[in-house]
Design a protein around this ligand. Structure first.
Ligand code: GAP
Length: 443
């Protein structure tokens, strides 16, 4: 299945649009439509609940996108957050060198490599480093003294606040701090729809442990994070771990694992789980001159905790969920987004069979009953078959139809998206039946 089908459905149904479309588009930035933002919010709310509500020792914060520029020197992003790039002198295209060549890129004679865009050989430059951070200036004057960066990860906002959070919430090690927010990277090769973009959202949790307990914590988080994706309705056969080898390990990491999903364009990372040791805290201690150690009252000792990080890309997870759900039901000539009902942007649609005989009025009443419990809409446009298929594409798991029998006995039909099976049930049992179906949903 090609990613183009998902791109087209996303536009048609109001999930995702190219940014600034009326101006010809703005590369590698996307806008989320009504269904897209709701689906994205549903995923991030589930993550937030899993992290903060279901773990007594994990709390949330929301730090600024703009922070003191020294933070990015301390973290290594000013010095080392680079991609090696090669340019084609002929067609002026730019590529990440490691994406052109599988082998060790240091040993390559770039003059012998063909440009993948224009096909010329002998035109590629040697790789050059390119920093991925977006720079801006704070205040009225633009000079070197007031440079600031848009954060390229949310993690540093947690590290610089961790002692304030720990004191305020009286947290004892081990504990975690979670954050969801925008991050920005001046990606040179942005591709695959919302997979790699210049503006994206991360859902990061930094888990502070005693050195020595870090390996166990990393293993526990690896297990737990996989379960999250299954909760989103993603089949485990579409997920796998990839461990970073020496050449891939980030400068801060002792051990790192990616959770990969099988996208239409191949297996690719959706989340990273890293043992960052005390690298970041030690660096902030060095650059800020402030002590970053934690005080363990019970043991009467001070130490720099190790950090296990789980860092997920919300937009990539959204793309994984969309790709996973896309189903061409050839037998019935329809396209269905088999979204898990827990995260589907619309849970129920209420459809009066006809626009007369008091059916629309009953329909509106049913919407009022369901609205406090589920994201519910009312639809009376077009034939009932067309309405069902429109909702199948939007991923709506339950369609409720009001017909003449409803006026007689207060019963409606409940149509199930994936099987198209219809049950006749009393209106007063709708909430319970839908809840039961959501709980017992199986792909
Ligand atoms: N704090 C660690 C960190 O940022 P990362 O592996 O660079 O680690 C973590 O990023 C996650 O953020 C990735 O697994 C991916 O899901 C997401 N991500 C990174 N760059 C992205 C981009 N340009 N567009 C969309 N998502 C991105």
């Amino acid at each position: 299945m090609s990613i183009d089908k998902i791109v087209s459905l996303c536009k048609r149904r109001g999930f995702i649009f190219q940014s600034s479309e009326i101006y010809g588009g703005f590369r590698a930035v996307y806008d989320y439509g009504p269904l897209g933002i709701t689906l994205k919010n549903n995923i991030s709310q589930l993550w937030w609940r899993n992290m903060t509500q279901l773990h007594e020792n994990i709390v949330g914060i929301d730090s600024g996108i703009l922070m003191h520029p020294k933070i990015w020197e301390a973290s290594g992003h000013v010095g080392a957050f680079n991609d090696p790039l090669v340019d084609c002198k002929e067609c002026k295209s730019r590529f990440r060198s490691d994406e052109l060549i599988d082998n060790d890129t240091d040993k390559i004679n770039w003059l012998e490599v063909q440009c993948p865009k224009c096909g010329n050989t002998g035109k590629l430059t040697e790789p050059r480093q390119f920093n991925l951070m977006f720079k801006t200036n704070i205040g009225a004057v633009e000079d070197e003294s007031n440079i600031a960066f848009l954060r390229p990860e949310t993690a540093q906002g947690i590290y610089v606040n961790y002692l304030l959070v720990q004191n305020a919430m009286r947290l004892k090690i081990p504990f975690g701090i979670a954050q969801i927010g925008k991050a920005f990277r001046n990606e040179i090769v942005a591709r695959n729809f919302i997979f790699r973009t210049r503006e994206f959202e991360q859902m990061e949790m930094q888990y502070f442990v005693k050195p020595g307990n870090d390996d166990d914590a990393l293993n526990a988080w690896k297990k737990e994070r996989m379960i999250f994706y299954e909760e989103l309705g993603i089949n485990s056969s579409k997920l796998r771990f990839h461990q970073h080898g020496d050449s891939e390990l980030a400068h801060y990491a002792k051990e790192a694992w990616d959770i990969e999903f099988e996208f239409p364009f191949g297996w690719s990372e959706i989340e990273g789980i890293h043992n960052r040791t005390d690298y970041d805290l030690a660096k902030h201690e060095e650059f800020s001159g402030k002590k970053m150690e934690i005080f363990d009252q019970e043991k009467n000792e001070r130490f720099l905790p190790y950090i296990i990080e789980t860092s997920a890309g919300l937009n990539r997870i959204l793309l994984a969920v969309l790709s996973h759900s896309y189903w061409e039901d050839k037998e019935n000539n329809r396209i269905v987004m088999k979204l898990h009902p827990k995260i589907a942007p619309i849970t129920t649609v209420v459809c009066p069979l006809l626009k007369k005989d008091g059916l629309p009025e009953i329909g509106h009443k049913v919407v009022e009953i369901l609205k406090p419990h589920f994201n519910t809409i009312y639809d009376q446009q077009g034939s009932i078959g067309k309405r069902y298929y429109r909702q199948d594409e939007a991923g709506t798991p339950f369609c409720i139809t009001i017909d003449h029998q409803t006026s007689d006995d207060n019963s409606v039909t409940l149509r199930h998206r994936d099987t198209q099976k219809q049950d006749r049930i009393p209106i007063e049992q709708l909430i319970k039946t839908i809840n039961d179906n959501m709980e017992n949903f199986n792909e």
